[in-house]
Design a protein around this ligand. Structure first.
Ligand code: PLP
Length: 273
């Protein structure tokens, strides 16, 4: 695997950042995961715009989009894969051991690996830990993902592939790496960004293309929803067949199936929607 690190491509074994990189010492970094298909990145402009929003939220200098695009093109070229997960990581750079960032530049790492398509349907759990919709990091895609790692491990222990968080007001928020949609009485709803969820790119496209509504939802909507589905870059739309101990309709519900069809058609048209 060839990885872009601070200005050039390196073999994975030689791709190095300082052990004092702020991204490692205090998690002061941001990232994007972009899907590539036959060497073409999907929705790259939206990912770069979100990278900039996350950088501003953390007080990092704006990433140089031209440089990131050059790095993305070089990494795609050097690592041919059919379906790929491109990871763009941007951090506060080399720093002393303290938590003060200082002026030590930034680090940019871009890597790509091949992935398999996710199953069309999956099981999820809910977790008691909360997303802080009023926190400084709300809605930012930072490398401080440890809480998601813990929640995902809990999901795996329980035979599920994703964990859903409430926010501090006990409203439905999002998954560890996905946004959540529910179907109630034939209408599709997803929590608003004010719930503290990430402004997911797949979420935005799904809302735009299917007319889903952004609605503040109680957690117990999951006990009554007719259908539930997840959205994310690597899933597109993925049906949910179990939430905790509640089995939903087996297979893929009709509203979810329709959303999947619309998404596949529209996303196929335009790689940078
Ligand atoms: N929520 C979180 C916490 C995420 O990490 C992600 C993606 O990784 C998403 C939602 C889905 O966002 P996107 O559709 O942009 O991949």
């Amino acid at each position: 695997m060839r990885i872009w690190v601070n200005g050039g491509l390196r073999d994975a074994d030689d791709a190095r950042l300082s052990v004092l990189d702020h991204g490692l010492t205090v998690g002061d970094g941001i990232f994007e995961t972009v899907r590539t298909s036959e060497g073409r990145p999907f929705a790259l402009t939206r990912h770069l715009d979100r990278l900039t929003r996350s950088a501003r939220g953390l007080g990092l200098p704006d990433p140089d989009h031209d440089e990131v695009r050059r790095a993305v093109a070089a990494v795609i070229d050097a690592n041919p894969v059919a379906l790929g997960r491109l990871r763009i990581t941007y951090t506060g750079g080399l720093s002393p051991l303290g938590s003060d960032r200082g002026d030590h530049g930034t680090s940019l790492v871009v890597a790509l690996d091949g992935v398999n398509r996710r199953p069309d349907s999956t099981a999820v759990i809910t977790v008691p830990w909360t997303r802080n919709e009023r926190g400084a990091l709300a809605g930012l895609k930072t490398t401080s993902y440890a809480e998601n790692v813990v929640a995902l491990a809990r999901a795996r222990e329980r035979g599920a592939s994703e964990a859903l968080f409430p926010n501090t007001a006990d409203r439905l928020c999002e998954g560890t790496g996905s946004n959540v949609f529910v179907v109630v009485g034939g209408r599709v709803h997803t929590p608003p960004v004010a719930s503290g969820c990430l402004a997911g790119i797949t979420r935005a496209l799904t809302v735009e293309w299917t007319g889903a509504e952004e609605t503040d939802l109680p957690m117990d909507v999951l006990a009554e929803a007719d259908e539930v589905f997840l959205t994310s870059t690597l899933r597109d739309i993925q049906a949910v067949h179990r939430v905790d101990d509640r089995e939903l309709t087996p297979g893929i519900g009709p509203v979810t199936a329709k959303a999947m069809r619309i998404f596949a058609e529209r996303a196929g048209d335009d790689l940078d929607p």
